[in-house]
Design a protein around this ligand. Structure first.
Ligand SMILES: Nc1ncnc2c1ncn2[C@@H]1O[C@H](COP(=O)(O)OP(=O)(O)OP(=O)(O)O)[C@@H](O)[C@H]1O
Ligand SMILES: [Mg+2]
Length: 591
């Protein structure tokens, strides 16, 4: 339960709304109870005067009409208060839900890549959607129904004891049983519905996976197997749902049974008390109404107890994420200029989750406005270097210096606003091409559009884009499914170019384009590279040839380092690679 104290700051924030809500609940409960006393007195009045004067009938009728109007009025006002209660407390719970969702999402954005490696997307989604909704039940319905129950029980008790203490004790005795049994059944229902929801999410992810992998499924003819698999999960889902329905079906009849027993008790005990003249018939009627008023609130508390327990469990899960501190953060957020000098000083890096040593003792230096090409076989650590430059991870040992400052002491926002990173795996948002290129750049309208077009030209994608019917306003579909691999890569390059960064890092982003397009991009890049530090990572020597310095990585270590000419002259591995790739290219051209 302690986990729920995280919400206190929000309860405090909305205290005025909440407190007025509590006042409205209490007023509504009091009116409901008060009206009963009025009914019972009137019944007794009618009973007493029945056998007296002849002019009784019109008087009684008048009395009853007055009673009806008053009762109607009170019910109306009580209902109005109930409306106000929902407008205050339930609205508060929605506001808190909104705040909490934003808090969690904002925190997600701060967390580092290692966190995302540890936790799967489903779990992240669950905590921000399902768990937050569970918590809303605590701040909304739980607070509202609990206050309602407390006030109704308190007021009713006062009125009942005023009539007759012994009678009250008898009538109250089944209520604890009602509370505990409703609590028990609610728990049963909740547990079973959790199981149903889990199965539903299994079903969802199965379906989702089959949609995203549809190309593989069709080409390997896996349709039948998948349909069979899905059907199996569906049967499981049905079974679990039936189990839930059983518990659900128990709820209403059981409640009715308990209500029935209470009524029998009231009439039985009331009748006996009436016979010995301790209570009047109006008072017995009052008891019937009182207990009717009490049953739903008392039952709701049983249901609420189970809700609060679930909310607490959900909040514990949310807190677990909220209390996770990002390991990558800046001590000082005061913005500074980054001009782009870059140095790796004996950098080693071990991936925290797998323990794989990706880099060992890597050193190199790139001056402002210089360029560095990094080549190496697959798995040699090239992408790791790129990620360390963006500070997506911190080094295990050694230091990355930027402009002579330790990268850890540069505010993240200053660093990342100056680094243009083209990742190896392209990611496009399901938006237009223009929006995908320009999302990190300020500005709007025609001026921005001109810049977008220029960077599209630099990335050699302009001609492709204008061939689409909607041009730059073409929607790329989820993750860019409507573009080819090479087109996606070039949109991603245009995005980084538009940012006009001080440091441009291109991670193997020419792998999916043909040699001619590669040359075109590289040609444009040479002009673009003036005035910024550029890191080009590639498998192909042709992509890095024109860089000021070239680094060959082997199994995470620097194997060779120098200019293209130096490395070619030195009879190096680099030279071997170069010659092999040149021959392949020539053969390709001949063929
Ligand atoms: N996120 C990660 N978590 C754990 N280990 C990783 C991760 N990314 C890479 N590695 C490991 O680190 C090593 C270096 O990987 P890296 O991605 O830097 O290679 P690369 O040179 O970019 O390869 P490629 O040319 O195939 O892109 C590999 O052994 C890889 O298995
Ligand atoms: Mg890589």
């Amino acid at each position: 339960m302690r986990s729920l104290s995280h919400l206190n700051k929000y309860l405090y924030k909305y205290r005025v709304r909440l407190l007025s809500g509590l006042l409205f609940v209490s007023l509504s409960a009091w009116l409901k109870t008060y009206s009963v006393e009025y009914i019972s007195e009137s019944i007794d009045w009618v009973g007493k005067n029945m056998s007296q004067s002849a002019g009784f009938m019109p008087a009684a009728l008048g009395h009853i009409v007055k009673l009806a109007i008053l009762f109607f009025g009170i019910t109306l006002i009580s209902g109005f208060f109930l409306f106000l209660t929902r407008q205050t407390i339930i609205v508060t719970s929605r506001l808190i839900e909104y705040d909490l969702k934003n808090e969690v999402f904002e925190h997600y954005q701060k967390l580092d890549l290692a966190f995302y490696k540890r936790n799967n997307t489903g779990d992240l989604m669950n905590r921000i959607s399902e768990d937050v909704s569970q918590v809303r039940n605590y701040v909304g319905p739980a607070i509202m129904y609990t206050t309602n129950t407390i006030t109704i029980v308190a007021f009713t008790l006062i009125y009942m004891v005023k009539i007759n203490l012994i009678y009250t004790l008898y009538v109250f005795s089944p209520l604890p049983i009602l509370y505990f049994s409703v609590y028990y059944i609610s728990n049963l229902i909740n547990n079973r519905s959790t199981v149903v929801k889990q199965q539903l999410s299994v079903l969802f992810s199965k379906a989702q996976e089959s949609f995203s992998g549809i190309r593989i499924i069709k080409s390997y003819m896996l349709e039948k197997t998948l349909v069979h698999d899905f059907e199996k999960e569906c049967i499981e889902y049905k079974k679990k749902n039936m189990f839930l329905v059983n518990a659900d079906a128990l709820f209403q009849p059981f409640l009715m049974f308990l209500i029935g027993i209470s009524m029998v008790l009231i009439i039985f005990v009331g009748g006996r008390q009436m016979l010995i003249g301790r209570v009047t018939s109006g008072e017995v009627l009052a008891f019937v109404i009182y207990v009717n008023n009490l049953i739903m609130p008392v039952a709701s508390v049983g249901w609420i107890t189970s809700l609060v327990q679930r909310a607490a469990a959900s909040q514990t899960r949310i807190n677990e994420f909220l209390q996770t501190e990002p390991t990558i953060k800046s001590e000082d957020e005061h913005p500074i200029e980054v001009s782009g000098e870059l140095e790796f000083d004996k950098v080693s890096f071990i991936y925290p989750d797998t323990g794989i040593q990706a880099l060992s003792d890597v050193s190199f230096k790139v001056g402002t406005q210089e360029s560095l090409g990094i080549v190496g076989r697959t798995g040699s650590g090239k992408s790791t270097v790129a990620q360390l430059i963006c500070r997506l991870y911190d080094t295990t040992s050694g230091v990355v210096w930027v402009d002579g400052k330790n990268i850890r002491h540069i505010p993240l926002s200053s660093l990342r606003s100056k680094v243009g990173y083209v990742p190896q795996e392209v990611f496009l948002f399901s938006d237009t091409i223009a929006a995908n290129i320009s999302f990190s750049t300020d500005g709007e309208g025609a001026e921005l559009r001109k810049k977008v077009e220029q960077s599209a030209k630099d990335a050699a994608i302009y001609d492709n884009i204008i061939e689409f019917t909607d041009g730059f306003d073409t929607y790329v579909g989820e993750r860019g499914v409507t573009l080819s691999g090479g087109q996606k890569q070039r949109v991603s390059i245009a995005r980084a170019m538009l940012k006009a960064p001080a440091i441009l890092v291109m991670d193997d982003c020419l792998s999916a384009v043909d040699t001619n397009t590669e040359q075109e991009i590289l040609y444009n890049l040479q002009r673009y590279m003036q005035g910024r530090t550029t890191i080009i990572i590639s498998h192909r020597v042709s992509s890095v040839k024109m860089c000021d310095k070239i680094l060959l990585l082997e199994k995470g270590s620097v194997a060779e380092y120098g200019t293209h000419e130096q490395l070619i002259a030195a009879n190096s591995h680099y030279k071997e690679m170069y010659e092999m790739q040149m021959t392949e290219e020539l053969q390709g051209e001949k063929a």
